[in-house]
Ligand binder design. Structure first.
Ligand code: C2E
Ligand code: MN
Ligand code: MN
Length: 403
């Protein structure tokens, strides 16, 4: 049974609509929506829309797909798509509700209902608390930020850095090798770091390789293979930092693990400051006390620490209140389609704000799409890792595309 749902989105009128016949537009969408059993309200401030639509979920999904391609507006961001018990606007039509009246100009007579309330006031009385708060937020300026249209975005790379392979043949005969993926800074046009990603002799993924080991064997494998990553990184002879993934329990269970890593760096003439250890939020959070103790030990040697996969399934806010990393990597689950997704935008803004206030570097991971990158960049993020820029490359660094 398709359920009754409410969709709230914001968008921005394009010049096409602003020059055009607004009342005719509103009549047309009202008629089309009525045929689909969709009702709702449309709030407009002269530039941005906030539209509430209510109907069967399937109809709303279909309408949303059409809406996104309507050239009369752009920057469609979904703020809510949720099941509701009953419609807040069963007979509202789709009439255009101005966000506010100028104080000295009375609202148009035809917009005042018998109860003497303006349409906006009536929306507030009809909708639920959550809707009223979203409208308040919209009225206060939320969701009305600069959102340049994608057409203005350079979708083609403006510069390409060619692939890079080590002058010395990669360490051979090891049980694993590493693929390297750059973390780029689009503000400076420089590679900030390369992340080493473990691969098996048959190209096995990290998950496959790690699953072959159990208990202390797993931790020993995790640690000893880091020496291969460090050797390969040294052979690459790059002037950026090295990011290494490590299970936090590796550092706790293998005696002298920190000393092993420091020794491996030293044997290749790399200072500890060049190393950034990445620990996933999930692992850090299950054993916070052990985790924090190890991190302090590594930091006292100069090594920096990143929280990896932030936002992928675990609420790491309590961890962040106890332990502030040098870097926080926002997971692809938050990055995916962020340019169209209101809740992800609000979360990423809050996290970025937190990091900015505390001097924590932010990296957005898994950026695949120029529109995702474009949104993240206008939110103040300058460091990125993802297929859009460069794919991991075995025993080297692949081509880097700059935009
Ligand atoms: P991670 O640390 O988050 O590494 C990034 C992963 O995302 C890599 O997968 C990379 O190939 C992938 N990736 C990069 N850009 C994109 C993108 O634009 N889109 C998508 N969909 N994916 C992207 P990979 O190499 O399979 O690694 C998976 C995970 O395995 C890593 O996630 C890391 O947590 C773990 N791992 C990798 N190497 C090691 C290691 O040496 N030791 C340990 N303990 N874990 C490792
Ligand atoms: Mn990582
Ligand atoms: Mn990650």
């Amino acid at each position: 049974m398709p359920y009754l749902a409410q969709l709230i989105y914001r968008s921005r009128a394009t010049p096409l609509l602003r020059r055009g016949d607004m009342p005719a537009f509103v009549r047309a969408i009202a008629a089309a929506n009525e045929r689909q059993g969709i009702t709702g309200a449309l709030i407009f401030d002269g530039e941005y829309f906030l539209q509430v639509l209510e109907g069967r979920r399937r109809q709303l999904d279909a309408l949303l797909t059409v809406l996104k391609h309507d050239p009369r507006h752009e920057a469609v961001v979904v703020l809510r798509m949720d099941a509701i018990k009953q419609r807040a606007f069963p007979d509202w039509g789709m009439s255009l509700v101005p966000l506010r009246w100028d104080d000295d100009s009375a609202p148009p007579a035809d917009s005042i209902a018998a109860d003497g309330l303006s349409p906006l006031q009536r929306i507030a009385t009809q909708g639920d608390e959550r809707l009223r708060l979203v409208i308040d937020a919209f009225a206060r300026g939320h969701w009305r930020d600069e959102a340049p249209s994608l057409a203005q975005t350079a979708l083609r790379p403006s510069r390409i850095t060619p692939p890079h392979h080590p002058s010395v043949e990669a360490v051979t005969g090891d049980e694993v090798s590493f693929a390297f993926q750059p973390i780029v800074d689009t503000a400076t046009g420089r590679v900030r770091a390369v992340e080493a990603l473990v691969r098996g002799p048959q190209g096995e993924s990290p998950a496959e390789l790690l699953a072959r080991h159990r208990g202390s064997d797993l931790y020993e494998f995790d640690l000893r293979t880091k020496a291969v990553a460090i050797a390969q990184f040294a052979a690459l002879d790059l002037d950026c930092d090295l990011a290494l993934n490590v299970l936090p329990m590796t550092l706790a269970h293998v005696p002298d693990a920190a000393a092993f890593l420091l020794q491996a760096l030293q044997s290749h003439g790399l200072p500890p400051e060049r190393l950034m250890l990445e620990v996933t939020e999930e692992e850090a959070i299950t054993q916070p006390t052990v985790f924090i103790a190890q991190m302090q030990a590594l930091r006292s040697a100069g090594v920096r620490v990143a929280i990896d996969d932030f936002g992928a399934g675990y609420a790491g806010l309590s961890l962040l209140s106890e332990f502030q990393p040098d870097k926080l990597k926002i997971d692809r689950t938050l990055v995916r389609d962020i340019h169209e997704h209101g809740p992800r935008q609000a979360i990423v803004r809050a996290v970025t704000d937190f990091c900015l206030a505390l001097g924590i570097e932010v990296v957005a991971e898994g950026v695949e799409d120029a529109a995702e990158w474009h949104w993240l960049q206008q939110a103040g993020i300058t460091r990125f890792q993802g297929f859009l820029f460069s794919r991991p490359q075995l025993n080297g660094v692949g081509e880097i595309r700059w935009y």
